[in-house]
Design a protein around this ligand. Structure first.
Ligand SMILES: *Cc1c(COP(=O)(O)O)cnc(C)c1O
Length: 407
């Protein structure tokens, strides 16, 4: 006879707390912005992926409000069943135009886009090759697909090449899947080299630009744009939840890819469509990112990243990040929590990221900066961080030490 569920789970939960691995939900009483309210206290927010400050933008809110009045709240069913409300077509056309691709397909989330797409494109008998630090949604898609999963150490091109050489003669389909900007380390995938390898071995490439879209390239399409690789990448994944400030995910690519996914991607086929108001807000976000104002906002983001990185170097935390994600590696889970708590006491909200989001012993403060932080906000954060590090000495591990230890 199994023990009562509650007893069983309580027993499993207790050591998580002891190991500093418990998670709490902070109730935020304000919109996402550089300044948020928690427990009636105003806090400086360095936790959000709202890189361009669009989550509470008046133009997006107006677009959502208009669509709310015209189309109501719920979508009714999957788009294949209850019909494609007008805002969806507008969003998919806008995304295809923005990404400079023939077509796009919107999913309920970036998570759903990865899971549905990967599981649709490969299956038993195929091979999917993953970077060790890929996002959970890529891993879950690979697992769900039933394809053989091969993993290379983070950014290890030699190992990727060996895997490709060993599988391409036997496997029916070979798909490499990687993030362009890694979500918890903020570093960049060697996309040009990966592209060259996949061309040489006849594999397909899926690139998840979740943290790069809106940020990189003359047209802000993502990291593949400045590298000139967009026409070589078969499948591009993106999310509407980060720089676009909304929620939802998408795939952009050929007409055939999008048509195929409409018939095979279970996470969009069997899930109710996003609310039309959110879809309209996302369209406004895409239009903003494409506009000269979006260009200026993006440039402001990079100025803020640079300010933050220089400030961190000045307090003894050199950083090699080339994105808006700046991890401060602490290592020990409890120590990361203590640092986050000290910062919280000083009015700064930064999450302590721990296992299982990152490997055990690689806990970190994950600092994200946005275009709408002021330089005062950044200075206040840097002073509080310097103070917190004095209170918890010996807490920070150099990024270089981290990458050698995880290789
Ligand atoms: C956030 C994220 C996702 C998931 O996107 P959501 O829209 O939040 O579901 C997918 N891939 C990567 C790399 C991410 O960072």
């Amino acid at each position: 006879m199994p023990r009562p569920l509650r007893d069983e789970l309580a027993e499993e939960l207790a050591p998580w707390r002891a190991a500093g691995l418990h998670r709490v939900l902070w109730d935020v009483e304000s919109p996402q912005a550089p300044h948020i309210r928690i427990d009636n206290r105003e806090l400086l927010n360095f936790s959000s992926n709202d890189y361009l400050g669009l989550a509470n933008d008046p133009v997006l809110k107006q677009a959502a409000t208009d669509a709310l009045h015209q189309f109501g709240v719920g979508a009714g069913a999957s788009r294949f069943i209850s019909g494609n409300l007008a805002p969806y077509r507008q969003l998919e056309l806008a995304l295809a135009e923005f990404k400079n691709q023939p077509a796009a397909l919107v999913f309920g989330s970036g998570y759903a886009a990865n899971v549905g797409t990967i599981a649709a494109l490969v299956g038993p008998g195929d091979v999917v090759i993953l970077d060790k630090l890929n996002h959970a949604s890529i891993i879950d898609g690979a697992r769900q697909s039933g394809a053989t999963i091969r993993v290379y150490p983070h950014g290890d091109l030699a190992k990727l090449e060996r895997i490709l050489a060993s599988v391409t003669t036997r496997a029916r389909r070979v798909l490499i899947a990687t993030e362009s900007v890694f979500s918890m380390d903020g570093d960049l995938a060697p996309l040009a080299e990966i592209c060259a390898l996949k061309q040489r071995f006849g594999a397909w490439l899926l690139v998840d630009e979740a943290h790069a879209t809106g940020l990189y390239g003359q047209n802000r399409r993502g990291l593949a744009e400045p590298l000139g690789l967009e026409n070589q990448i078969e499948v591009t994944i993106g999310t509407l939840s980060k720089a676009f400030g909304c929620v939802g995910g998408y795939v952009a690519g050929s007409l055939e890819l999008i048509e195929y996914l409409r018939h095979r991607a279970r996470s969009v086929m069997y899930s109710t469509a996003l609310p039309p108001a959110m879809v309209a807000a996302a369209t406004a976000a895409v239009r903003f990112v494409m506009s000269p104002a979006g260009h200026a906002r993006r440039d402001q983001l990079w100025r803020n990243v640079s300010l933050l990185k220089h400030g961190l170097a000045a307090v003894g935390i050199p950083n090699t990040s080339r994105s808006a994600i700046i991890p401060i590696i602490v290592g020990d889970e409890t120590k990361a929590l203590q640092l986050a708590q000290t910062l919280l006491d000083a009015g700064i909200f930064v999450p302590a990221i721990r296992y299982p989001t990152v490997p055990r012993g690689k806990a970190r403060l994950r600092v994200t900066v946005t275009a709408v932080h002021s330089s005062d906000d950044i200075q206040t954060f840097l002073s509080a961080l310097a103070e917190a590090l004095r209170a918890h000495p010996g807490g920070v591990i150099e990024p270089a030490a981290l990458s050698s230890s995880r290789a």
